[in-house]
Design a protein around this ligand. Structure first.
Ligand SMILES: C[S@@+](CC[C@H](N)C(=O)[O-])C[C@H]1O[C@@H](n2cnc3c(N)ncnc32)[C@H](O)[C@@H]1O
Length: 251
């Protein structure tokens, strides 16, 4: 069962979609324009193109446990900002009856995802697609998906980009579709560990537009896109997992 550690409802919902940003997009045969890749850092690759992120190894089981409660056989799951591909391969192995669609802004990350995918031999992972999830219009090309997973992205991008991603993600979800956002957050405007303070400050020093987002702000932005917050889960290493659901019928 999910444990709801914290949450707040927002009675003043604005049924307004914030303007989406431009960016690279090749998704389901559609090309759009590009913005510089915020939130993309260099990672070493092995000879097959695989990258490795230690954090993905540490959190993949905890996130898979959550997906186990959410996903159902036959579900179509889009991952935004797949990164190395460690997560999607792990999830696809855990849930063989679910189809995963990895994407990332960075072509080198997509190549890494595909290297993991091919090595795994798993058939329930689609080839990785280059997708700037903040670019306008990709949701229509994606069609209705049953869930969207976003892991460790929002602290690396600006508020404006987060809002654009949420706007598109909400449109890409089918009825009752789930949005799962995992990562580090401020709690009611506070950074709550020494490690989080140091990490946030290092991000902001490099780019004042990025850094940890406040949990309640993100919940409000999610709800502004006609998604209903279902759960806010405390996760290992002081992370949160936000789970929202698209309404069955939108009036
Ligand atoms: C810290 S990594 C997280 C990767 C993976 N989700 C994980 O947790 O291991 C952030 C990823 O976000 C991607 N990214 C940054 N901005 C993006 C955007 N606008 N759309 C899609 N992916 C983006 C980067 O290319 C990078 O792979």
């Amino acid at each position: 069962m999910w444990k709801v550690s914290k949450g707040r409802s927002h009675p003043n919902l604005h049924n307004k979609c914030p303007p989406c940003l431009g960016g690279i997009l090749f998704f389901n045969g559609v090309y759009l324009m590009t913005t510089p890749p915020e939130g993309t850092r260099q990672l070493d690759r092995d000879e097959t193109g695989k990258m490795f992120a230690p954090s993905a190894e540490r959190n993949k089981d905890a996130i898979a446990n959550i997906l186990d409660d959410i996903l159902f056989p036959g579900a179509r799951v889009l991952e935004i900002a797949s990164g190395t591909g460690q997560h999607v391969v792990h999830f696809a192995r855990c849930f063989p009856e679910i189809q995963f669609f990895p994407t990332d802004l960075d072509p080198a990350r997509c190549a890494s995802v595909d290297a993991y995918r091919l090595t795994s031999g798993l058939k329930n992972i689609a080839p990785a697609q280059v997708l700037d999830a903040a670019s306008p219009g990709w949701a229509q090309a994606a069609g209705d998906v049953d869930a969207i997973i976003i892991i460790n992205l929002f602290h690396l991008i600006s508020e404006k980009v987060v809002k654009s991603i949420l706007c598109e993600a909400a449109q890409a979800l089918g009825a009752n579709g789930k949005l799962i956002v995992y990562g580090p957050f401020m709690r009611s405007g506070e950074l709550t560990s020494d490690g989080d303070i140091a990490f946030h400050n290092s991000l902001v020093a490099e780019n004042p537009d990025v850094g940890y987002k406040d949990d309640f702000d993100v919940i409000e932005w999610i709800e502004n896109n006609w998604l209903e917050m279902r759960h806010v889960l405390e996760m290992p290493a002081n992370n949160l997992c936000l789970i929202a659901q698209k309404a069955d019928v939108i009036l």
